[in-house]
Ligand binder design. Sequence first.
Ligand code: AGP
Length: 608
Amino acid sequence: MCGIVGYVGHREATPILLEGLRRLEYRGYDSAGLAVAHRGRLRVTKAAVRVAGLRDLVGTPTQATSGIAHTRWATHGEPTDANAHPHTDTSGRIAVVHNGIIENSERLRAELTANGVTFTSDTDTEALAHLIAAALAAGAASLEDAVRTTLRRVEGAYGLVVLDARKPGELVAARNGSPLVIGVGEDETLVASDVAALVRHTQRVVYLEDGELATLTATDFRTSTRDARTIDKEPTTVELTAEDYDLGNWSDFMHKEIHEQPAAVSRALLGRLDDQFATARLGGIEVTARDVHAIRRVKFLGCGSAYYAAQLGAGLMEELARLPADAEPASEFRYRNPVIDSDTLFIAVSQSGETLDTLAAVRELERKGGRLLGVVNVVGSALARACGNGIFLHAGPEVAVASTKAVTNMAVSFAMLGLLFGRVRDLSFADGQRIVEGLRALPGQIAEVLDAEPEIAEVAKRYADAQHMFFTGRVRGWPVAREGAQKLKEISYLHAEAYQASELKHGPLALIDKSMPTVAVIPGDELVAKNIATVEEIKARGGPVIAVTSADLPDGLADAVIRVPRTELELNPILLTLPLQLFAYHVALTLGRDIDKPRNLAKSVTVE
Ligand code: AGP
């Protein structure tokens, strides 16, 4: 959600900024812009265009060796040229790019307007540019001081970078709630909202924390707090390279990431299965066997697909460890004054590790002294750092807005956690072995499901003209149905609704007719007969049914059947999720959607 890139160094800034923005496109945006400092003046180019369009507008780059750039996802003000970032003060000296929301912007705008400032945009950000310029005019000792003075007046969330045309050799960055990471190169320093924009130039990075500022020059960076206390930070090395973010021969990232799942799951399992004790070894979690015995309840928190994966995790935790477990959207949890018991383990789940609602739930847990563990994909992300203790997903960078491989690795990680806790409690050695073997077989079985893509694509094309679809499942199949409906909504824009199969007769069955296909998720478990009965009820009312199953279904039961291999019952939901990703993908492809960047959505939701 919104992307920031800043550069100060010895090379021409414009191409580096444009390339950085291209790497951040996946975060979602509706306008783009950049500012460079050249011969004591700012040169600003911005419009409601894609990054490729911005490249055309920029034309011949200047020799400028510093600048800032932005992709905007509209919050305050429509996605217009005027509202695109960077924003400048009236004199054109100061340029600001900003992610987040300034909550007291109306008051600041009113005050500045009363002082004679004319605003050229509807954004909350523009006020920052005017305030920083005013602080400099009032005698601030440096750009950093002017930014610090301004931020004292600001309420809300921000990740921002500021450029002063009169001092082009430095940039000032500040973070409060929106991620910023500094890239330390050879005689050049970058800053961005995510490492994707940095790794082409350097692997040495420094993460800014909330409440911190940084002044960057080509050869140095200095970090401090809002109250001007210096903080020494050493760069760390990220393992990612530019190739990790390349599309290669794939036409879009979602397709690439779906097919990366066998390798991603293998990475998640690597070195974590223990045959000697038929358990899992999860080095990153600081939970002893005694701690496990003291846990009475497990609560998973996440948003969107991470929440659906969390629901699947809660099922696994109950089955494998016989610990009461449930999942709740982090966005709801944070606002309902939750009861935090000392014997509940809270598990915060996120691909990006930057989802604001999940982070806020974690902060609330910290404040109330809850026991916390993070399950996160992005190393170095705010959530990974806030939790300190947890499981990394090792899914690799996920670029498509629709999460696929990260969701699968979340489920696999929950299975390992359930196995570990179960083996400390009362899961038998034999059952532990069964799960270890089941997990080990997953990458191969996932590859088998993906090999069936042509058949799944054919079914998807057949149903792509439906206006609405139901997804049904019960118990193990229920979170799978929810995630399947979510994938279809996100990228195809079809109305998809998930329902517990057991609840159909209590209302939604009234909607069934020949125009309402149902995707019925049917694990090969003890509820097959119940699921078959539901399918028959739908068929009796003329509703088309696509069964996604690891069970042997009677011939002719459903209009289309997508089969997945049999696995251990507990692990069934992991495999059943995969065909639904391909189904949604091929419906969206048939409908000609922009699969990697669905309308209105952003990859990481760093605002409420
Ligand atoms: C997934 O397909 C969605 N794009 C979305 O629901 C996502 O899972 C959610 O925003 C949470 O993101 P996170 O895992 O990065 O926290």
